[in-house]
Design a protein around this ligand. Structure first.
Ligand SMILES: *[C@@H]1O[C@H](CO)[C@@H](O)[C@H](O)[C@H]1NC(C)=O
Ligand SMILES: *[C@@H]1O[C@H](CO)[C@@H](O)[C@H](O)[C@H]1NC(C)=O
Length: 432
């Protein structure tokens, strides 16, 4: 009887749609306009770092790693029950969005983990939280990111936690993304970045990189290019990790029930330098906490300093470079050498990928006054520190703690979500 009823309803609604002659999928959830063109590649193991780079990062190819967390490589997978989180991180403050359907209004709560755990099964809230150092001790670095340059461009780990039923906007990110599902199920609609002209034709918000399309009710008249948009379907289960390439469009739904994921953001690497890979074991079960890399990378203010400059220009040439770093009091010869180190291809222009690839930790050790300069504590400069920094940055981006700011900036540009400082507007590096 029930089946018959469903059948009749299905026939009736089919009939209604046909006779109204609306485009298929009109006012329905994203993806109903046509069957998916397929699903993405599935693997049971992580690739080597080189394969990761060539096939997936440079090849811009999404891939899902089925059941990979069952192999025991991510301690959080087994550890992160509510009681463990309460016991270990209960007093830490976390960022929580009001509303499970994403609206990009950045209406955030700042509450403790314990308060979140008390509320999340009952209230319409979604934790989107930049994992603290102690939390990231429970998260290992995916083995395919341990060498070649990936390890230097890992930016942060975000924790996504709710009782399910969340819906993200359709958006893309200016970073590569490895997302692992610790609990629950997620459903993704993914659209190739090559379809930019169609996806972004109407209602695209540049400042935030998302579509205004209502993912639950696609208006095929307002978004005519969506009528035939090819898409990929991904069903993630607990224990799966997915690689979402830089700039691929995606919309993420989570199914009802406890839902907990972490994702690792990585700057988009444009060159792979395999020279450290022989000496670095990268077998899948190797456990190295991601905390170590995040801490190392957060110290590299110099990278963000240069990337900040590269937001509104394509390259940095010697004369600009010299003016920029002169206030550090560093010898001209040292600066010249640094310029040469950064300008890997020797064309006289430092571009983004060269900044990303440079071993800035080593460089900073050799030129410690640069560290002071980029942190706004220049011992050689008597002018107001905040002001000298302010000149080189968008005033909106200035916060008291520059280190924190750099960190937030990375988040804000890509952004699924604006995690720590809702007031900040994003200066997207994506447009480079
Ligand atoms: C690759 O990295 C090594 C150090 O790990 C460095 O000596 C070499 O110059 C780098 N090569 C390129 C092309 O950047
Ligand atoms: C959250 O609130 C605590 C306590 O008031 C504060 O110390 C912390 O800085 C706040 N965090 C954010 C991101 O605003």
């Amino acid at each position: 009887m029930l089946r018959l009823t469903i059948c009749v309803i299905a026939l009736v609604s089919q009939h209604v749609v046909d006779s109204d002659d609306h485009p298929k999928g009109h006012l329905q959830p994203l993806g109903r306009h046509r069957p998916p063109v397929g699903s993405i590649e599935e693997r049971a193991s992580f690739p080597t770092p080189l394969e990761m780079f060539e096939k997936y990062v440079r090849g811009s190819k999404p891939v899902i790693f089925r059941g990979i967390l069952e192999k025991g490589m991510l301690p959080a997978y087994k550890l992160w029950t509510d009681s463990y989180l309460r016991e270990n991180y209960g007093s830490e403050y976390v960022s929580v969005e009001k509303g499970k359907k994403e609206n990009r209004k950045w209406d955030m709560l700042n509450i403790t983990m314990s308060e979140f755990l008390d509320k999340y099964q009952k209230e319409d809230i979604y934790m989107v939280n930049d994992a603290s150092v102690s939390m990231t001790e429970d998260i290992n670095m995916p083995s395919m990111l341990l060498c070649g340059g990936f390890q230097r461009v890992v930016q942060n780990v975000i924790m996504w936690f709710s009782s399910g039923g969340t819906k993200s906007v359709l958006h893309n990110d200016g970073l590569d993304n490895v997302n692992c599902l610790i609990d629950g199920e997620k459903y993704l609609v993914m659209i190739d970045k090559k379809l930019k002209a169609d996806v972004e034709e109407t209602g695209w918000i540049l400042n935030g990189q998302y579509s205004q399309v209502d993912v639950e009710k696609v208006d095929m008249y307002k978004f005519p290019k969506f009528r035939n948009l090819p898409w990929y379907e991904v069903k993630m289960q607990k224990g799966d990790c997915i690689f979402i390439p830089f700039k691929w469009y995606h919309h993420v739904d989570s199914k009802k029930g406890r839902n907990l994921a972490i994702n690792v953001w990585i700057h988009h690497l444009s060159k792979f330098n395999a020279s450290d890979c022989n000496a670095t074991p990268t077998d899948e079960n190797r456990f190295v906490s991601v905390a170590k890399f995040l801490q190392d990378n957060k110290k590299i203010d110099l990278r963000d300093f240069f990337l900040g400059e590269l937001e509104d220009k394509e390259f940095i040439d010697w004369s600009f470079f010299e003016d920029l770093l002169k206030p550090s009091g560093q010898e001209r010869a040292d600066l010249k050498k640094l310029f040469g180190d950064l300008d890997a291809d020797g064309d006289g222009k430092i571009v983004e990928h060269e900044v990303m690839m440079a071993d800035l930790t080593r460089i900073l050790k050799q030129l410690p006054t640069l560290q002071a300069l980029v942190q706004g504590e220049n011992p050689y400069d008597t002018s107001d520190q905040e002001e000298s920094l302010a000149e080189s940055l968008d005033p909106e981006d200035i916060m008291e703690d520059y280190t924190e700011n750099v960190f937030d900036d990375v988040l804000s540009e890509d952004l699924e979500h604006f995690v720590n400082s809702p007031k900040q507007t994003d200066t997207s590096r994506d447009e480079l």
